[in-house]
Design a protein around this ligand. Structure first.
Ligand code: NDP
Length: 267
């Protein structure tokens, strides 16, 4: 690697499963840019800042479980990430770590491809739910949160959003139901009891599971009920497009970047 070669990475734990290095390296190669994107297993979030500078990185993406730690590690936070309190993209600018959240606009872009979303029901209350809820609320979408426990719902209540635990769920119809829980990632569980999910999906227009590359029980149920559904691949692609634009300090058309990044899903 030449001295001028830019180096980017993804930090997470675990991180071996991530296809971000493939996505970004295909795009960097396609663009003819002298840069490389690697992965780094970061066990302790508290070491994020030190590792970023030690590895001489120009930018990183951050995945589970370090998105909140990344928020704290940055010198400056820009855009919607300030409200979300979690970031997935850091770019080095004049020696400073600048943090962004590209998960939120990435998801919105994917959701809007279904159609207009005026009412959304988000299953789960973790970091991804926060990003999606803040992004939807900023666009004037009515947001309801449904989580198995109450502990993490306070953040959403403070934003003035409707929050429910399973036992309090009143039912309702939505344009979109999103699974942001990890139910179905490594097991065969649904993100909420079937008695809640079946009527919820029947009454709703579209469904998305943010988990990607896995045919989850949530996706299977939506398909069985005839609800148009997609997984988190598109969200991953779009957050990657936005992150790469920040890394390279340049806007590209999606039509240019997506075909290269999509190659990561077809290997
Ligand atoms: P968090 O750990 O922050 O939150 C997990 C949430 O899921 C919590 O609300 C938790 O409920 C709930 N939950 C976990 N297991 C179950 C279960 N078995 N049944 C019901 N609820 C459950 O996770 P993240 O928000 O960081 O990530 C969530 C998922 O999103 C992951 O699978 C991740 O891979 C995916 N993701 C995909 C992206 C993409 O680009 N496609 C981007 C980012 C994330 P409780 O509060 O009760 O514990």
């Amino acid at each position: 690697m030449r001295a001028t070669t830019k180096l980017f990475a993804i930090f997470g734990d675990p991180v071996t499963h991530s296809i971000s290095p493939l996505m970004h390296n295909y795009a960097l190669k396609g663009l003819g840019i002298d840069a490389c994107y690697t992965r780094y297993r970061l066990r302790e979030g508290a070491l994020l800042r030190q590792k970023f500078f030690e590895l001489k990185l120009q930018g990183v993406n951050v995945t589970v479980p370090h998105k909140e730690a990344a928020y704290k590690a940055c010198d400056e936070i820009r855009g919607i990430a300030q409200k979300i309190g979690a970031i997935n993209t850091i770019h080095l600018e004049k020696g400073k770590m600048i943090g962004y959240n590209t998960d939120a606009p990435g998801f919105l872009k994917s959701a809007k491809r279904f159609g207009e979303i005026n009412r959304v029901c988000i299953l789960g209350a973790g970091g991804t739910a926060r990003a999606l809820a803040v992004a939807f609320a900023e666009h004037g979408t009515a947001v309801s949160l449904l989580n198995r426990s109450s502990g993490r719902l306070d953040f959403f209540k403070e934003q003035g959003l409707q929050t429910y635990t399973w036992d309090m769920w009143p039912g309702g119809s939505f344009d979109l139901v999103v699974n942001t829980t990890s139910a179905g990632l490594l097991d065969d569980t649904l993100p909420a009891p079937r008695e809640i999910l079946e009527p919820l999906l029947r009454e709703s227009s579209y469904a998305i599971d943010v988990i990607y590359n896995t045919h989850t029980p949530f996706i299977a149920l939506a398909e069985k009920l005839g609800v148009p559904v997609k997984d988190g691949s598109e969200m991953l692609l779009f957050q990657g497009v936005y992150a790469l634009e920040l890394f390279l300090e340049k806007r590209y058309s999606e039509a240019r970047l997506l075909p290269w990044m999509q190659k990561a899903f077809t290997r």
